[in-house]
Design a binder for this molecule. Structure first.
Ligand code: SF4
Length: 346
């Protein structure tokens, strides 16, 4: 199906249309060529996100969501990875056509990323203050003392207690949650237009997860950024995301506003995901596991990618791969029976 239709539908239907979205990804495709063969990691992903909006990209490990984010940022290691198709329009410029130098400038100034593991993302031999201040020295030409003063302000802003003293500490002297706050401080230092957070809370306990999510939501609001939250954990994004894309086998298989996705999934995979997470509004009963395993991206099943695990699969599902279709305003799903799943008839 056409990508623009999908991308447009990921935006809130009652939004005014002030112009092109901040980021529009169209039909993105990424493959890895290794001596073991070809891996189709991303197979046609489309989405868009506006300033001030949070888009959640959801899916199990191995669904292609992190690879897609790296492709958007131009940080896929090549070889073995190759972007083989699609567009990544940022302010209407296709990032896939830019030189490494142009991309580096955009990544530093306008798009920032937070990775899952802050300990490996931070340099262990420099203080956190030095690493944050470096952003201002390199990109803004500030003196060491001015840059350090800005680093203290930022640590304060992400609520590191006693920031004036802690600016001199090394990454290993912080807890996991505090290190993630330091990463967030670095990411927002230059006030980017877009922040991509790749599993930002996976290594943290539940209370700290909620605090980090609340901080990201607050910063998105205050700075007017677009925020892309990539996670396998549906529980952590319910409160903060506006829109969602569910990925399976390297493509988006459902697109919806977050509350619609939680209330009435239009794809059997999303429905199964929802039934596998605890919900505060549902007491009793058993959580359901999704049978089988995510597909090997080197051997994606013919027909619907989900059919070997789908309780609703028919012969048609094993034969024909469903396109992403809009079954109701703003409700898109790649299922032959999306309308019935959405209405609850199936
Ligand atoms: Fe299940 Fe068939 Fe829909 Fe795929 S197309 S999700 S196998 S019902």
């Amino acid at each position: 199906m056409s990508s623009p239709t999908r991308a447009a539908a990921v935006r809130r239907t009652n939004d005014p249309a002030p112009g092109p979205p901040l980021l529009r990804v169209r039909d993105l495709r990424v493959e890895f060529r290794t001596s073991y063969g070809l891996t189709n990691a991303v197979n046609g992903l489309s989405y868009s996100v506006d300033r001030g909006e949070t888009l959640a990209i959801l899916g199990e490990s191995g669904s292609g969501k992190s690879v897609a984010a790296r492709a958007v940022l131009g940080i896929i290691e090549s070889p073995p990875g190759y972007v083989t198709g699609g567009e990544v329009l940022f302010d209407d410029r296709d990032l896939l056509t830019l030189s490494r130098k142009q991309l580096r400038r955009i990544r530093g100034e306008r798009i920032a990323i937070i990775f899952q593991d802050a300990l490996t993302a931070l340099n262990p031999v420099f203080t956190v203050g030095f690493q944050i201040a470096e952003m201002f020295r390199v990109h803004r030409g500030m003196s060491q003392s001015d840059a350090t003063a800005r680093a203290i302000e930022l640590l304060d802003r992400v609520r590191i207690p006693n920031a004036r003293n802690r600016v001199h500490d090394y990454p290993h002297q912080f807890s996991g949650g505090m290190r993630q706050r330091v990463m967030i401080a670095m990411a927002i230092a230059l006030e980017p237009d877009l922040l991509i957070a790749d599993e930002p809370t996976t290594a943290l306990d539940v209370t700290v997860q909620a605090q980090i999510m609340a901080l990201l939501a607050e910063l998105r609001h205050d700075l007017g950024m677009g925020l892309v939250l990539i996670t396998h954990d549906l529980g952590v994004v319910a409160e903060v995301a506006d829109q969602a894309v569910v990925m399976y086998a390297g493509r988006g298989i459902e697109y919806a506003a977050i509350e619609d996705l939680y209330d009435s999934p239009a794809h059997p995979y999303t429905r199964a995901l929802m039934r596998s997470i605890p919900r505060a509004d549902q007491k009793g009963g058993r959580l359901e596991a999704i049978s089988g395993s995510p597909p090997n991206l080197s051997a994606i099943p013919a027909g619907c990618e989900f059919h070997p695990r789908c309780p609703l699969a028919t012969d048609l599902c094993a034969r024909e791969r469903p396109d992403v279709v809009e079954f109701a305003p703003g409700r898109l799903s790649a299922c032959h029976f999306g309308a019935e799943v959405l209405s609850g008839e199936r």
